[in-house]
Structures are given as C-alpha cells and as structure tokens.
Unconditional design. Structure first.
Length: 152
C-alpha cells in the first residue's frame, strides 16, 4: 500500500527525502545548513556534545502514523552515532538529526545524507494499572539473556 505524505522545504537549499533504491524502508535525510566562511563542513569529534543538524524539511503525517529518524549504516560503521528519534503525527516543525561521534572526527557537509526516515503505522493503546502480570517462561530476564548465558 502506498500512503501519500505531504512535506515542505523550509529552506530553498533543502533536499527532498527520497528512497535510494526501490523497496528501501528508509528515505534519506540530508543535512541543510549554511557553512561559515572558511569552513569545509561541521566537525563532529569524540567527546564533543551531540549536535543537532537541520534537514530543512517538515512533514505532515496523517493520524495513525509516526516517523522515526534512524542512523544510516555507512555513517554508523565509521563511528558517527545517530540516536533514533520519533516524529509524531502532530509535529509540523523542521526535522532535526542528533549526531555525535563515538570514533574519530567526522565532517558533515550541507547535502550529506545523514540519517534515514522510516514511516510506519501506530497503534494507540490504553494502559490499565494492574496488581500483577501473567507469567511466562522468560519472566523478567532480558539484556542478553537469550543465548548468552547471562541473566540480567
């Protein structure tokens, strides 16, 4: 099924999100910022605080949908970390991407593909406080408890 989603460019130099290949799950998001005179790009180094990079794009998600900003595997492999971020259907501001370096120094330039946007349906639920939960074989074991021999 193909859902139509409206977007706007908030800056004339913004690049529209697009799929790199037919069948991809994520639309590429591009950095959109002005370079300061004498700079090649934005330096992101280990130990620096996280940086918010603008995309210059806003989207209009229909009710029942959400979007996630996710890392691109190529940047991640080189040590540029992008945490997952959620965009709710009521948000109409510019999509920003938080980046930090976990290894090395990275130069992010305007137009670089810095993250991907994955759009999906959302199920809303009603939470009910309870005195207890049903029992399962796994119970409360998590964080590496399946196949590692470590129960935490």
């Amino acid at each position: 099924m193909n859902q139509t989603i409206r977007f706007i460019k908030l800056r004339p130099d913004a690049i529209a999100p697009k799929y790199a290949h037919d069948g991809d799950a994520g639309l590429d998001l591009h950095a959109c910022f002005e370079l300061m005179a004498g700079y090649e790009g934005l330096d992101v180094q280990v130990g620096d605080p996280p940086v918010l990079i603008d995309t210059g794009i806003a989207i209009e998600l229909p009710r029942g949908f959400q979007a996630e900003v996710r890392p691109r595997s190529g940047w991640s492999k080189r040590g540029l970390w992008v945490p997952v971020g959620t965009i709710d259907c009521t948000y109409r501001g510019s999509i920003g991407v938080i980046v930090s370096s976990v290894h090395g120094c990275h130069v992010v330039k305007p137009g670089d593909r810095i993250a991907q946007l994955v759009i999906s349906r959302v199920e809303t639920v009603t939470l009910i406080e309870s005195a207890g939960l049903s029992q399962t074989a796994r119970g409360s074991r998590g964080f590496g408890s399946t196949g590692t021999g470590v129960d935490t």
